[in-house]
Design a protein around this ligand. Structure first.
Ligand SMILES: O=C(O)[C@H](O)[C@@H](O)[C@H](O)[C@H](O)COP(=O)(O)O
Length: 256
């Protein structure tokens, strides 16, 4: 498991641009090495800004989008096309605007999908979809080149919230009820599943995130600050703007 590293950018716009640039390079590298690339998306404002920024980079045309697998780390359990779904936001900002292979795009369940309005059945179906794409030698999950996460003011990542029963779920995908951030019902990868990704990038901007980011990097417990329990296999990268980095322990900070 990897040590965390931290990169700090001046503001939210530059942060989104920098993450987008890293993402394009990561996809190009993965395709050069393996012929394909896989990303795991999340929701929230900074994720949406990153998705929009990818399209502004001329180099995004160098990615072979037909060989990119797209998964989600979490989703709001709502009907397909609902504007509050992470999928809807990602499609509008990026996915519908690049030539992806629709068979390689794997949205999390919607309330009007085949498993209906039952979040547990939806989570089980997503776990099966992941298992069908599993890499050799791993029973449950495909290879994830990069998994991106936003970070909540309370330190949540994906839909793993502090002190929530989801922490006791050992399956890769969990249905979440009673989310403190609306909507209350969600689907999420659990921390053990998140931590199988080759690289995990935690992206946070703004002063409201400073406390939880600082606590996570200072070694808080993952039940209290879920972001503290995130660790990519070869890299755990915190990508922050200055405001979100205000409480990062000095030894980890590389301010620009
Ligand atoms: O569905 C969601 O809302 C999320 O996936 C959630 O984990 C999000 O990434 C953080 O809450 C940060 O969101 P912001 O970038 O909007 O603060």
């Amino acid at each position: 498991m990897s040590e965390a590293s931290v990169a700090v950018h001046a503001d939210a716009d530059l942060l989104a641009q920098a993450v987008a640039a890293r993402l394009v390079v990561k996809l190009l590298d993965a395709q050069a090495e393996r012929g394909a690339a896989s990303i795991v998306l999340t929701g929230g404002r900074i994720a949406a800004a990153v998705h929009r920024a990818v399209l502004t980079l001329p180099a995004h045309d160098a990615v072979d989008w037909s060989r990119v697998d797209v998964w989600w780390g979490d989703e709001r359990f709502l009907p397909a096309g609902d504007p509050d779904r992470n999928e809807t936001q990602a499609r509008a900002a990026l996915l519908d605007l690049v030539p992806l292979d629709p068979a390689r795009v794997h949205p999390m369940p919607a309330t009007d999908g085949p498993t209906g309005d039952d979040p547990e059945a939806g989570a089980a179906a997503y776990a099966e979809e992941l298992a069908r794409a599993a890499r050799p030698g791993h029973a449950a999950l495909p290879h994830f080149d990069v998994l991106m996460l936003g970070v909540g003011e309370d330190g949540h990542v994906a839909s793993v919230f502090p002190e929530h029963p989801v922490h006791h779920d050992t399956r890769p995908v969990s249905a979440v009820r009673g989310s403190p951030k609306p909507p209350p019902v969600r689907t999420t990868l659990t921390l053990p599943a998140i931590n199988t990704a080759e690289e995990v990038w935690l992206v946070a901007s703004g002063p409201d995130k400073a406390r939880s980011v600082g606590m996570a990097l200072a070694g808080a417990g993952p039940k209290q600050v879920p972001a503290a329990g995130v660790q990519g296999v070869s890299r755990t990268l915190w990508l922050l703007d200055r405001a979100a980095a205000a409480d990062v322990p000095a030894r980890l900070r590389s301010l620009r």
